[in-house]
Design a protein around this ligand. Structure first.
Ligand code: HPA
Length: 264
């Protein structure tokens, strides 16, 4: 059976309005979903397998901010198997569930010293200098996707309003996708800074590209878990990524819930 019919069988066929992908340490959002039906990824053909600590690996369908949502608690990163299109079946399933909007979250390093750990930064744009693209190999003209408004301007404006209303400091920035799984060298970070980066991380950009190909409107938010390599002497570790992200996740949950309430 395909993922779509398994999800319909478990959660009913009522359409979903938005999808939310949870980044490292941000799994707490899944617990806020009302009337939640949860399906482990192992039961969904094409969904990510195995995974990374700090990610749960389940799809949660239910209500958040007054909307029916599909929460992807766990993603596959490029560095796991070298497949930048790994999230394609999951995002195609989201589209087939009826969603028009995708909200992406992640943990990231900050290249702005005044935007430190637990800050939330809304993505304004991205840099993909990886040489990888999840649409490579796709036939036809639909692969030539316009990326001028990769991050939907109306969703960004709503996120700004939510931040102001909730008293959460509002930042926007450019996210630079780095393959990982190593953290960056200080020289790489200095180069990224010259290239316009405010944030660096190992996810999200392939998903934005896939989602735009599917015609979904996209918003992305980073939880800053550390200043990027070379900004400080302290070691950068995945352990810290998970614990700092969990510390800041209440504000992230308020941002996303507020966006859903405002209409995704
Ligand atoms: N670099 C890349 N990815 C990250 C970082 C970082 O400094 N922090 C959290 N995810």
């Amino acid at each position: 059976m395909e993922a779509l019919s398994i999800i319909h069988g478990a959660a009913g066929e009522h359409p979903v309005e938005a999808g939310i992908v949870l980044g490292s340490g941000l799994g707490q959002l899944g617990e806020q979903v009302a009337g939640a039906v949860s399906v482990p990824y192992e039961e969904l053909p094409g969904f990510p397998r195995g995974g990374v600590s700090g990610h749960q690996g389940r799809l949660i369908i239910g209500q958040l901010g007054g909307r029916r949502v599909a929460v992807f608690s766990g993603r596959e990163h490029y560095y796991e198997h070298g497949n930048s299109a790994a999230m394609r079946p999951a995002l195609e399933t989201l589209k087939a569930l009826g969603a028009s909007t995708l909200i992406l979250t992640n943990a990231a390093g900050s290249l702005r010293s005044e935007v430190g750990p637990t800050s939330i930064v809304v993505h304004s744009d991205y840099v993909n200098w990886s040489g990888r693209n999840p649409l490579i190999g796709e036939p036809g003209d639909a692969r030539f996707v316009d990326m001028r408004d990769a991050y939907d301007p109306a969703l960004r404006a709503k996120l700004r309003d939510v931040a102001v209303r909730e008293g959460i400091p509002h930042h926007e920035g450019v996210y630079f996708w780095f393959s990982g799984p190593t953290f960056e060298s200080p020289a790489e970070i200095r180069a990224m800074k010259i290239l316009g980066a405010d944030l660096v991380g190992m996810s999200t950009v392939p998903e934005v590209i896939l989602a735009r190909r599917l015609g979904l409107r996209v918003a992305a938010l980073s939880m800053v878990t550390n200043l990027a390599a070379g900004f400080q002497g302290a070691e950068i570790s995945h352990h810290d990524t998970k614990t700092v992200a969990a510390k800041g996740s209440a504000a992230m949950i308020r941002m996303i819930t507020g966006l859903l309430e405002a209409g995704p």
